[in-house]
Design a protein around this ligand. Structure first.
Ligand SMILES: Cc1cc2nc3c(=O)[nH]c(=O)nc-3n(C[C@H](O)[C@H](O)[C@H](O)COP(=O)(O)O)c2cc1C
Length: 250
């Protein structure tokens, strides 16, 4: 069976993972829930992940050390503007853990790092349209077992991972405004357990990895950054928002 392991905070990677599942069959598993025993059931693994700061989210980064050695591994990265050295990072990680890496792809999707700038809706539509063609090609390549590895083999673009000790500083800038109903959704969806409800008050801890899931998915748009009441939030329009973070067909 094909294992499609994904990480996602706003649904772009989930959408890609589900599309791959439709075409190639298999199980879709949310990376934070994936364990090594499950992975033994797979005869190939496809990792689907966003790009974070020209590299990989820590959840994706860390899963490489747990992947089985004797099966083919494919990586499908998606990014909002510039992927930087993320492909190389994935390739080098696969080499570091002696994995049978077959392909690393990247494809553009709508940007979800919108704390400072919000791309026009039209721009997101264009990204989603052009992503379709690219995704079809990627799925076709994977089903034909094509080798597709990055040409440039080394990079220094590792901002996100090398900044690991500083992520908690970002969390210091999140807060909730008066719209918060203390529904607890942010507590439930945070992939690193960084948010708690204490006496009906949302509190951010020091483990934030800046995925922005809470920011985009809060039903009241009550989570704000640096005190700004910015309105726009992004969720991939083709997924059920409640499915983000779930696994399918185990
Ligand atoms: C913390 C963070 C860092 C990001 N860094 C980059 C980046 O370096 N380059 C880029 O093109 N997009 C970057 N993005 C945008 C995402 O890679 C992109 O929107 C992706 O499709 C989101 O996938 P998701 O909806 O599955 O979470 C970043 C997003 C976040 C939350």
């Amino acid at each position: 069976m094909t294992g499609i392991l994904y990480f996602s905070s706003t649904g772009n990677s989930l959408y890609i993972a589900k599309r791959i599942k439709e075409a190639l069959k298999g199980a879709v598993i949310y990376i934070p829930e994936c364990d090594e025993n499950q992975m033994r059931e797979f005869d190939r693994i496809i990792i689907v992940s966003p790009v974070y700061s020209f590299g990989l989210p820590v959840q994706t980064y860390d899963i490489f050390s747990k992947l089985p050695h004797n099966i083919k591994i494919y990586v499908v990265l998606n990014y909002g503007g510039m992927a930087g050295g993320a492909e190389q990072m994935a390739y080098e990680l696969a080499q570091k853990y002696s994995l049978e890496i077959q392909a690393v792809y990247k494809m553009k999707m709508p940007e979800n790092y919108t704390l400072f700038i919000t791309p026009p809706k039209q721009y997101n539509k264009m990204s989603l349209n052009s992503a379709e063609k690219k995704l079809k090609r990627i799925i076709n390549d994977i089903s034909n077992d094509k080798i597709h590895l990055p040409k440039k083999r080394r990079t220094k673009h590792r901002l996100y991972y090398s900044n690991k000790p500083n992520w908690h500083l970002i969390a210091e800038n999140f807060s909730v405004n008066e719209k918060c109903t203390a529904c607890g959704k942010c507590v439930k969806i945070c992939p690193v357990g960084n948010i708690a409800l204490n006496n009906g008050v949302v509190q951010f801890g020091n483990k934030c990895t800046a995925c922005l899931g809470c920011y985009h998915r809060c039903p009241q748009k009550a989570i704000i950054y640096k005190g700004r009441n910015k309105k726009s939030r992004y969720i991939n329009p083709f997924v059920n928002e409640n499915d983000i973070g779930k696994s399918f067909d185990l």
